[in-house]
Design a protein around this ligand. Structure first.
Ligand SMILES: [Zn+2]
Length: 313
């Protein structure tokens, strides 16, 4: 055999050997499924490119009333690790996970968080306090360093950097809110998604719908809220990215209280929207809230704020 032919044969056999190796390496990449988009972003921040991360409930979608698809069942079946919020948020997750037949371990990221209750029910929206967000990140990092010990150092570094950003935003939020007068701290949203933000940062959120979006308020409940708003007032009303604005518009018409903007409650924005990450979501919500709660010095400034709420830092 001449040298050229021998080399060709060697190259060919090497290539043949590499093709199946490359395919199986891809198949062997750890697959992580997160139940909803806010959590999916946190997992991505911690893992970077070390795993394939997918999300069940996507952007601008309502996880309270989600109905899983066949594609979700396939993703869960193929998963190595599953992260859920817990605290009763994903009512559909237990059936989906059981029926998929997955062998993946299911981890609850709110482990270690002290839950608050609203009207006797546990409030699942724990991510709306940045201190809790840091606990989510720590829980994700703890699980993934044990699943992928070869990447433990980098995962720890990613988690540490992310928590430092959350801590800085938390301090900034407290500073911005400190100067707000007591009578400019009450707002109304469609559903009760901001209990942890209320507890952490000293605001009051009222909502015609409870901590989930399943039921509409009764006419009587709505009348009580409108009466309360007429007598005690509120600084602004807010619509949400996951809920119909109809209820909030009705309250605005009946009380004369203005709609101060749109808050991002239980899901990130679609690509190109104002909140495509957990940090961007929190910043957007604080900017929207502050835009409506800070009494503008002049009508011109009021117009400026109303026009540029989403772009303010
Ligand atoms: Zn919710």
């Amino acid at each position: 055999m001449n040298l050229i032919r021998a080399l060709r044969r060697a190259v060919a056999s090497t290539l043949l050997a590499l093709i199946p190796l490359a395919a199986s390496a891809d198949e062997q990449q750890v697959r992580v499924v997160a139940s909803f988009s806010i959590l999916g972003n946190m997992v991505e921040e911690v893992l970077g490119d070390f795993a394939r991360v997918s999300t069940i409930v996507g952007p601008d979608a309502d996880a309270h009333i989600y109905e899983p698809t066949v594609a979700d069942a396939k993703a869960v079946a193929a998963a190595d690790v599953i992260f859920v919020n817990g605290l009763g948020f994903e009512t559909w997750s237990r059936t989906l996970i059981t029926e998929s037949g997955t062998r993946a371990a299911v981890h609850v990221v709110t482990e270690g968080i002290a839950p608050i209750t609203v009207d006797g029910s546990i409030d699942p929206h724990a991510w709306n306090s940045l201190t809790n967000g840091a606990t989510y990140v720590r829980n994700i990092a703890r699980v993934m360093t044990s699943v992928m010990p070869e990447h433990a150092e980098a995962i720890e570094a990613n988690a540490g950097a992310f928590i430092a950003e959350l801590d800085a935003l938390d301090a900034e939020t407290r500073t911005r809110l400190a100067g707000l007068p007591a009578d400019r701290r009450t707002v109304v949203t469609a559903h009760d998604a901001f209990g942890y933000l209320e507890a952490a940062y000293g605001l009051t959120f009222l909502a015609p719908q409870g901590i989930d979006t399943e039921g509409e308020p009764s006419a009587r409940e709505l009348a009580i809220l409108i009466k309360q708003l007429r007598s005690e007032g509120a600084s602004a009303l807010f619509v949400e990215n996951i809920a119909s604005p109809a209820l909030v518009r009705q309250i605005s018409e009946e009380t004369g209280i203005a709609i101060g903007g749109r808050l991002i409650s239980d899901a990130l924005s679609e690509r190109g929207g104002p909140a495509t990450s957990y940090l961007a979501m929190f910043r957007h919500n604080m900017t929207t809230l502050m835009g409506a709660l800070q009494t503008p010095a002049s009508p011109a400034e009021r117009n400026e704020e109303n026009g540029h709420v989403a772009r303010q830092k």
